[in-house]
Design a protein around this ligand. Structure first.
Ligand code: CTP
Length: 404
């Protein structure tokens, strides 16, 4: 369950240290690699040798006892950990961490840790209820620390109440399900910008040029990205769809506004998906008054809008760029040339003349083209299913690139 995971267990002084020994054993049995730091108090209850035998690793007790001259132990341990667990956590270590105090091996390592830190308190019921302890816990929660709440029951001090450290097997279960969830959220920590819908290019106060894009594909992509754990910004043209839950939506009207909105988000984005149908042209003159009809034909001069995807392709440094291409013929040729011209990493192309693949539909039939020249044709499917397929392909490509 925990194979390949590095867990740093920080053991502070309380009678529940014996539970930390059981916890070490269960974590190790579940496949984790466990390293332990013990406070002076903890060593009064159980010897470091117990933890060394259970973890088959060195046990650290003193900031200044450097075992390996080539590294600094508390920084090394902090960097090594995929998860730091403070169990049992006394009121003292909670207070120190909440106030940024670093005066022993555990408190210094905790300040240096960038991995998630979980804290399993164990103390007397009145100590746990003390306003200072409560305030420290709240402060640490606001910093993003995760607490494993103590149970109610018989306490070593003779009281019955809340303060018993959570049982080791339950802590192991919580950690396993946390990583299980992480596995299903491969985009956690990634910022994704998605554009959707049409743009409207104004001619006069009552008229505009637009296209038949419904925004359904972009909205389905935004929903899926949120499900996969990403921080999603959806930049949407005018559509009649409800904003997806958990997604930050910015509404724009024309191509110029979309350009500005996308470029503002671009530097902090990891992935950008341009599923919007952006107008390539807009009226050169915009009339402030409603245009009156005249005899004869009307000729409207149009000018090019800025090509957003192309601009992103020119400016990208770390971002993964996905474009869309709606074609009516020569799909392979046009899609690959668009991918190259715009310096994109992936192009999702469809033939809008194919039944089930057009604008406004709930379904699509696409081919995914990648930078390495490969392509994958997907059959007729709903736009929601397609959003899943597209992200499966993006995640796979990113993993392949990372392992190169
Ligand atoms: N796109 C863009 N900015 C524009 C126009 C299009 O970012 N002003 C993006 C779309 O969001 C889509 C991709 O570019 O991801 C579509 O390519 P596009 O240039 O529209 O293709 P076409 O204009 O259709 O190219 P061509 O006219 O050569 O087919």
């Amino acid at each position: 369950m925990l194979k390949g995971k590095n867990i740093l267990l920080c053991v502070t002084g309380g009678i529940a240290v014996y539970k930390a020994a059981a916890l070490t054993s269960k974590l190790t049995q579940a496949g984790a690699s466990v390293k332990i730091i013990m406070s002076n108090g903890a060593q009064k209850f159980v010897t470091p040798l117990t933890f060394q035998a259970l973890s088959r690793n060195d046990v650290y007790t003193d900031t200044f006892d450097e075992k390996h001259p080539e590294s600094i132990a508390h920084i090394d341990l902090a960097d090594w950990a995929d998860l730091v667990l403070v169990a049992p956590a006394t009121a003292n270590i909670i207070g120190k961490l909440a106030n940024g105090i670093a005066d022993d091996m555990i408190s210094t390592t905790l300040l240096a840790a960038t991995a998630p830190v979980w804290i399993a308190p164990a103390m007397n019921v009145h100590m746990y209820d003390h306003p200072a302890v409560k305030r420290n816990i709240e402060r640490l929660q606001s910093y993003g620390y995760q607490f494993v709440e103590p149970n109610e029951g018989y306490l070593a001090c003779g009281y019955v109440g809340k303060g018993r450290m959570e049982e080791p097997e339950n802590i192991v279960k919580l950690i396993s399900s946390y990583w299980e969830k992480e596995k299903n959220q491969p985009l956690k920590g990634k910022k994704i910008v998605i554009t959707a819908g049409p743009t409207r290019e104004i001619l006069d106060p009552v008229r505009f040029f637009s296209n038949r894009s419904s925004g359904k594909m972009g909205y389905a992509l935004a929903e899926e990205a949120h499900q996969l754990g990403a921080d999603v910004t959806l930049i949407s043209g005018p559509v009649s769809l409800n904003p997806p839950i958990g997604v930050n939506v910015k509404y724009i009207e024309n191509a110029e506004e979309m350009y500005d909105a996308v470029l503002e988000e671009f530097p902090s984005a990891d992935i950008v998906i341009k599923s919007a149908a952006v107008a390539d042209y807009r009226p050169k003159q915009v009339s402030n008054e409603k245009m009156k009809k005249q005899d004869g034909d009307l000729i409207i001069q149009m000018e090019r809008t800025k090509d957003i995807l192309k601009t992103l392709g020119e400016r990208k440094d770390h971002q993964f760029l996905v474009g869309f291409a709606a074609e009516t013929s020569n799909l392979d040729e046009y899609a690959m040339s668009k991918l190259k011209r715009k310096n994109a990493d992936m192009i999702i192309a469809n033939n809008v003349n194919e039944k089930g693949a057009g604008f406004e539909e709930d379904t699509n039939i696409v081919t995914i083209y990648k930078k390495d020249g490969s392509n994958k044709r997907l059959g007729l499917m709903s736009k929601k299913e397609l959003a899943k397929e597209i992200f499966r392909e993006i995640v796979k490509t990113l993993q392949e690139e990372r392992s190169k």
